[in-house]
Design a protein around this ligand. Structure first.
Ligand SMILES: Nc1nc2c(c(=O)[nH]1)N[C@H]1C(S)=C(S)[C@@H](COP(=O)(O)O)O[C@H]1N2
Ligand SMILES: [Mo]
Length: 496
């Protein structure tokens, strides 16, 4: 119960002081930052986007077990309780003050929470009228009643404090500021989509992913709430002139462009869901870098988020004429908070972990030799090409179908190179060319479909793509770690 009070009080303080969090969050973030890459891939595979709630649940369960053991020991020896709470508080403080965005006040929730917990424990274990409650194995009935009443009262305190903290923390929410933003019109609008970009076949991923359905991958346990007032983007490092830009600077520029770009995550397995296609609005990243004047030997552009996340993008890629964007709009709206509000990067043809920094705050020109960004420091490739992948969206694996005509279909991507053709094979039959949706450029995925006369029995459907340079995607299956999954996607369906 003392641990519960600690968490409730810590949550209350996190709601009172901007920029602080509950120790559950700072411990969870510490785990995210230190977990080995294979374990992280496992968690994504097992829990998908639910990996975060699972981590919070796991942290709370571990804490509860720890508290139960300490509490039982403390009934006999109170100093064990005090030391246990001290350890718990120290872990909370240590993880809070080592967060990237930490300040002195970061230590306050865990410190106050554990002090209140120690006082709670002492109070609950104080000697009763019989003088024995804390020491004896079987306290007198009146002492037991008094003890249980105390436990119930403190439980109520913990829940009330925690609830108040959560309610107070809503003050820091930037969604109303976001809703009031008026985006500028693009000087260069996105090229019109061909009518068949979306083939309109049920079960195939829509060509444009809505903001709601767009996948989310990041290391943030609590979404950063970044107000555009006072926000600045700094450009520094190996440049002629350091520069800073406000949110108004970016929105007011005359080089605002709008582009359809598909974003792909390195953690996406063959057939996996971690890719999305949106219409982004922003300023060409190359123009921003040109204004700073990049040194010739600065081969790495490091982008930094307010939450300490970093990505390393090859400077040459950003400057080669592709539509790399400092983006503030997504599908006609300001960026959603979970997708990086107010400003993020989008670089077509580079996996998200190496380029698509959300809640962007700084750009630094440096070299690959001198710096490893967040995931590069954790075993992923510092740089590398984005794999060509083809996904079968419909029918789904293990689907039960009736005999007759069914559309097979999905999406394929080879961002920058573009997709030329998808082919489909039923069991060991011949490869058949799919009908392709048209697209405006190679920076997006392409839909494909093939009608199939399904016959009774179990069948394996396999799909593969050839990219815009005429290269067939590799059949060799590799996992996401360290440089992206490859291989042909296939599904088995049951027709009866
Ligand atoms: N600040 C921050 N930006 C980040 C990340 C992150 O963990 N923190 N993850 C990156 C990764 S791995 C990917 S795939 C994309 C995902 O962007 P999305 O969540 O908008 O789909 O964001 C990138 N930007
Ligand atoms: Mo990613």
């Amino acid at each position: 119960m003392a641990a519960g009070v600690a968490l409730g009080v810590a949550q209350l303080i996190a709601g009172l002081i901007r920029g602080t969090t509950s120790p559950v969050i700072s411990v969870g973030e510490w785990v995210i930052d230190h977990v080995p890459a294979p374990v992280k891939e496992l968690a994504i595979r097992q829990f998908g986007t639910n990996d975060k709630p699972m981590l919070i649940l796991g942290t709370v369960v571990l804490l509860a077990v720890f508290a139960l053991v300490i509490g039982m020991l403390a009934v006999r020896r109170r100093w064990i309780g005090v030391v246990g709470i001290g350890v718990f508080g120290a872990v909370g403080v240590a993880t809070a003050v080592t967060r990237t965005a930490a300040t002195a006040k970061s230590a306050v929730p865990a410190t106050v929470g554990s002090l209140v917990a120690a006082a709670t424990l002492m109070f609950l274990l104080r000697p009763g009228p019989s003088g024995k409650v804390a020491e004896g194995a079987s306290p007198a009935p009146t002492d037991r009643r008094r003890f249980l009443l105390g436990v119930a009262a403190f439980g109520a305190v913990a829940v009330a404090a925690g609830g108040a903290g959560r309610a107070l923390a809503r003050r820091f929410d930037v969604s109303s500021i976001r809703a009031a933003i008026r985006l500028p019109r693009a000087t260069s609008v996105a090229p019109a989509l061909p009518a068949t970009a979306d083939l309109g076949i049920a079960g195939i991923t829509p060509f444009t992913t809505t903001n709601r359905d767009f996948y989310r991958v990041d290391t943030a346990l609590v979404l950063p709430q970044v107000s555009p007032d006072g926000w600045e983007l700094s450009v520094k490092g190996m440049v002629e002139r350091e520069r800073t830009y406000t949110f108004e600077d970016l929105l007011g520029r005359d080089d605002v462009v709008e582009r359809d770009i598909t974003l792909v995550c390195i953690s996406n397995e063959v057939g996996g869901p971690y890719a999305g296609n949106a219409r982004w609005l922003g300023v060409p990243l190359a123009n921003i870098l040109d204004e700073a004047g990049v040194h010739d030997d600065a081969d790495q552009l490091v982008s930094r988020s307010v939450d300490g996340y970093t990505a390393g993008t090859p400077t040459a890629v950003v400057m080669d004429g592709r539509d790399a964007l400092v983006a503030f709009g997504m599908n006609g709206e300001p960026l959603p908070v979970r997708h990086g509000f107010p400003v993020r990067l989008v670089v077509p043809g580079v996996y998200g972990y190496n380029s698509a920094t959300k809640w962007l705050t700084g750009l630094e020109l440096t070299t690959f030799a001198s710096y490893d960004a967040y995931w590069a420091a954790r075993g992923y490739a510092q740089q590398g090409p984005l794999e060509t992948l083809t996904r079968i969206d419909t029918p789904q694996g293990l689907a039960k179908l009736a005999p007759g005509r069914v559309p097979i279909g999905g999406v394929a991507w080879a961002i920058r190179r573009g997709i030329e053709q998808v082919e489909v094979r039923i069991d060991d039959g011949p490869w058949q060319p799919a009908r392709m949706g048209d697209v405006a450029n190679g920076d997006t995925w392409r839909q494909w479909t093939l009608p199939w006369d399904a016959t009774r029995g179990n069948h394996q459907i396999t799909a593969r793509a050839t990219d815009g340079e005429g290269v067939l995607q590799t059949e060799e299956r590799t996992p996401p770690l360290p440089d992206g999954a490859s291989g042909w996607h296939s599904v088995v369906v049951m027709v009866s």
